[in-house]
Design a protein around this ligand. Sequence first.
Ligand SMILES: [Ca+2]
Ligand SMILES: [Ca+2]
Length: 66
Amino acid sequence: MDKTAISSIINTLLALIPDDLIKSILDKVFDAIEDKVKDSANTWDDAIVLPLITKAREILNVPDND
Ligand SMILES: [Ca+2]
Ligand SMILES: [Ca+2]
């Protein structure tokens, strides 16, 4: 199987997954990272990671709605 066939299979599979599901999975991933960063004792990770996640949420259109 060549690379073109593999990438077209992947694209087909991705197209089958509803956007809502992808977004809720991404939200869970972001939530988990946010919780870890907020719970850790140091504050530099909050200052670096939290703005990056906020930006990623904007770019990917994944609001933190829970
Ligand atoms: Ca922290
Ligand atoms: Ca959330």
